[in-house]
Design a protein around this ligand. Structure first.
Ligand code: SAM
Length: 261
């Protein structure tokens, strides 16, 4: 067994779940776990990033971008709204928009060069129905989405963050899912794909404990959607993947009633 295989085996065994947290801990944890840190502090002390791209928006530092993103999400036209968190090289985003020309897609990515590369792809395909946000999705989604307005929330192959001290950095958390339940319209869906079995089991258990969702592990691991880059790689190397679908129920519950750790 080479070093990296040994490391992977160990990591699977050591996949940790979040410890119980008090409300104050929870608040601090949320802010600390954001990429780039607390949004208010960042806006106060940080600087806008320079980038090249037609569809890239910087809703953290540019108020015009934040407003234009809000308008894009709140359009009343009969077009579905999808959000993809962590689009990386944009393979899924581009194919999705080509297949669904009347849908709107908002992608989030924290790395500028991925935004620029995806923007170039969108432009070369003549796609105008996508917006790319250079930001941690968790900071901006609450500022742009009205409750019950989102049709699809896609999280594909998120970083697993194996170690106990990194659990708080995981994108999927009880807190994020509680927010997702508010943003999604009844019948809307949260879809997670992963190639980490422990992550799939952990996220599945979190979703099952949220009464706002009806959750299942899909038999079709591709969920009938375009593949992401990581998904292609997994297929190529015969590595198993999982797709977990959580459909937002009709019932209306207050967020704090179902927020669990
Ligand atoms: C492991 S990669 C998965 C890439 C792609 N979804 C795929 O399946 O090929 C995770 C990506 O998510 C981005 N990311 C991680 N946390 C994020 C967050 N909170 N908001 C936006 N992007 C995030 C990272 O920069 C990285 O590009």
């Amino acid at each position: 067994m080479n070093g990296s295989t040994a490391c992977k085996r160990m990591a699977f065994k050591d996949f940790h779940t979040a410890p119980g947290l008090t409300e104050t801990d929870e608040d601090r944890r949320r802010k600390r776990s954001l990429i780039g840190g607390d949004l208010a502090l960042r806006r106060q002390h940080g600087k806008p990033v320079q980038f090249n791209g037609r569809w890239i928006l910087d809703p953290i530092f540019r108020d015009d971008d934040l407003q234009s993103l809000r308008q894009f999400c709140q359009q009343q036209a009969n077009s579905e709204l999808a959000v993809e968190v962590g689009f990386q090289l944009g393979e899924f985003a581009v194919e999705y928009c080509v297949e669904r020309p009347v849908s709107r897609l908002v992608g989030f990515e924290v790395r500028k060069h991925f935004c620029e590369e995806t923007d170039a792809l969108l432009q070369s395909c003549g796609i105008e129905s996508a917006r790319l946000c250079l930001a941690d999705a968790r900071t901006i989604l609450p500022e742009i989405l009205e409750p019950g307005t989102l049709d699809h929330l896609y999280v594909f192959f998120p970083d697993p963050w194996w170690k106990p001290r990194h659990v708080r950095k995981r994108l999927v958390s009880a807190d994020f899912l509680a927010d997702a339940a508010v943003w999604l319209r009844p019948g809307g869906r949260f879809l997670l794909k992963t190639d980490v079995q422990a992550y799939a089991q952990w996220a599945h258990a979190l979703l099952m404990s949220n009464p706002m969702f009806t959750t299942q592990i899909l038999a079709d691991r591709h969920a009938g959607l375009p593949w992401t880059l990581r998904e292609r790689r997994c297929e190529l190397h015969g590595h198993p993947t999982w797709a977990i679908e959580a459909v937002r129920n009709e019932i209306v519950t207050r967020r704090q009633d179902f927020l669990v750790d």
